[in-house]
Design a protein around this ligand. Structure first.
Ligand SMILES: NC(=O)c1ccc[n+]([C@@H]2O[C@H](COP(=O)([O-])OP(=O)(O)OC[C@H]3O[C@@H](n4cnc5c(N)ncnc54)[C@H](O)[C@@H]3O)[C@@H](O)[C@H]2O)c1
Length: 442
């Protein structure tokens, strides 16, 4: 958005009450201040530059009118090399930050992309919303159910457009599969089965703790997570196998795949119960706290959802290492990011439904997802993976992990945000933030 216009609106509104803009601005005025014309250019700042965050930024830069004005990372080596990448791609050097709060304060920024590990999604996202930015935040929405709830409250209260990185929601072939299911052609769906077998899900080979690498602000990398000695396995990339920062394959891939099942079956509420079992059964001396092997069952009245992951191996059902089977009376659709196929049921030599040819992905889910977000920033429409959609998918995956960690069949009361019959499960609803960080209050 044009900077002087944003500045004028902010100044006149905050002058009215002499209070912080975020707490005083009524919803309609907020929406007005956020209205961006289709021709406006939008300035983006990225927090967390190494992996997916940078990929998100690259696709943002392919959209008309988008400029990258700032990058933030706690690892100076990554920050500098990504700054050079941006300079090469755009010809301009962005402002560089080591502390994300300074980036969020930058009044020139309209959109914040958050590509940090999962334990570092909630605070920057909430702060960005409070500063009037729109946010593209990576999945899973957060590393706990309570953080997800807080983020949803923040997006709603501050009237922000928030897209979450579950890009299947913008994938053409996924939509086509979901349309077939919604049409009823598969008959009643009795089960949706998700699976995911990846080598990385068993964690890397264990190595001893080391001194913090030069140029890394490790205390800031840990942020609200407990203080621990530095270990390369609990850092870039492989942090996802440690509870303080991620939830293993159950959350990492769970949100992507389970989201498709929730969409297909129009599920908006938590399951009746969740039962998970598993352990760390993969061969070798691995650095992995989360379960490398896990099966989770989500119970509903007339169908159920089943999840299965096996880290350390890479073959799976229907000859796919990961995927979804939507199992109906008349046929089963088997889908992954590349394509989907229909396996029609046959009885006494008679097919129960017409065949549907295999549908290939056009490979554009991610760029479509980013395009959809930028469009929604301009129109103030709800994006393809809005905060509620992401909160729901994350909730399912966290419930799976909570059942695994307590060893109990759990019953979640969403209204009261509690486990009435499993008091021990309540301990997993929210993390305890390490000083000086505090779980945001909205
Ligand atoms: N949508 C997808 O398909 C997809 C794919 C991969 C990863 N992801 C998600 O993207 C996020 C990042 O994953 P990744 O694999 O790129 O991780 P990564 O470890 O490769 O990169 C994370 C970056 O964040 C930086 N960082 C950490 N704390 C920071 C802080 N406080 N301030 C600024 N920078 C900080 C790290 O130094 C690192 O550069 C995760 O939430 C992950 O689940 C999504």
């Amino acid at each position: 958005m044009d900077h002087s216009r944003r500045h004028f609106i902010k100044k006149s509104l905050s002058g009215m009450a002499g209070l912080s803009l975020a707490t005083t601005m009524p919803g309609s005025l907020q929406a007005m201040s956020a209205k961006v014309s289709a021709n406006d250019s939008l300035n983006v700042g990225l927090i967390g530059c190494k992996g997916m965050g940078f990929y998100d930024l690259e696709d943002h830069l392919k959209q008309p009118g988008i400029k990258c004005v700032a990058l933030c990372d706690v690892d100076k080596n990554i920050l500098e090399s990504r700054a050079a990448d941006v300079k090469e791609m755009t010809g301009a050097k962005p402002k560089l930050y080591r502390d994300f709060r300074r980036l969020i304060e930058n009044k020139d920024i309209d959109i914040v992309i958050i590509g940090t590990p999962d334990h570092w999604h909630c605070l920057p996202m909430v702060m960005a919303c409070q500063e009037g930015k729109d946010v593209y935040v990576e999945k899973p929405l957060a590393n706990s159910i309570e953080e997800c709830n807080i983020m949803a409250e923040a997006a709603n209260k501050y009237n922000r457009v928030v897209q979450v990185g579950q890009q299947q929601r913008s994938g053409k072939h996924w939509k086509e599969a979901i349309d077939v299911i919604h049409s009823g052609r598969l008959g009643e769906i009795r089960k949706v089965h998700f699976w995911c077998n990846f080598f990385y899900g068993a964690g890397p080979k264990a190595v001893p703790d080391k001194s913090v690498p030069e140029g890394v602000d490790y205390d800031m990398w840990l942020g609200p997570a407990p203080k621990k000695p530095f270990n390369p396995n609990r850092f870039h990339g492989s942090w996802r196998m440690f509870w303080d920062y991620g939830g293993g394959l159950q959350t990492d891939w769970g949100v992507h795949l389970i989201d498709m099942g929730l969409w297909a079956l129009n599920i908006t509420e938590p399951p009746k119960s969740v039962t998970a079992m598993g352990g760390n059964f993969a061969a070798g001396d691995r650095a992995c706290e989360t379960a490398d092997t896990q099966t989770t069952m989500f119970e509903f009245n007339n169908f159920h959802l089943t999840w299965d992951h096996n880290g350390g191996i890479q073959t799976g059902p229907y000859n796919r290492n990961y995927g979804i089977a939507f199992i109906g009376e008349k046929g089963t659709i088997v889908a992954d990011r590349s394509n989907w196929v229909l396996n029609p049921e046959e009885q006494d030599g008679k097919k129960r439904m017409e065949n549907i040819p295999r549908h290939e992905s056009d490979g554009k889910a991610h760029i479509n997802h980013v395009e959809n977000f930028v469009e929604c920033v301009k129109t103030r429409e709800k994006p393809a993976c809005d905060i509620e959609t992401a909160r729901r998918a994350a909730m399912f995956t966290h419930l799976g992990n909570i059942s695994y960690r307590t060893g109990k069949k759990i019953y979640y009361d969403k209204q009261k945000n509690t486990f009435p019959y499993n008091p021990e499960a309540n301990d997993y609803l929210a993390p305890i933030y390490r000083n000086p960080w505090e779980l945001p209050k909205i």
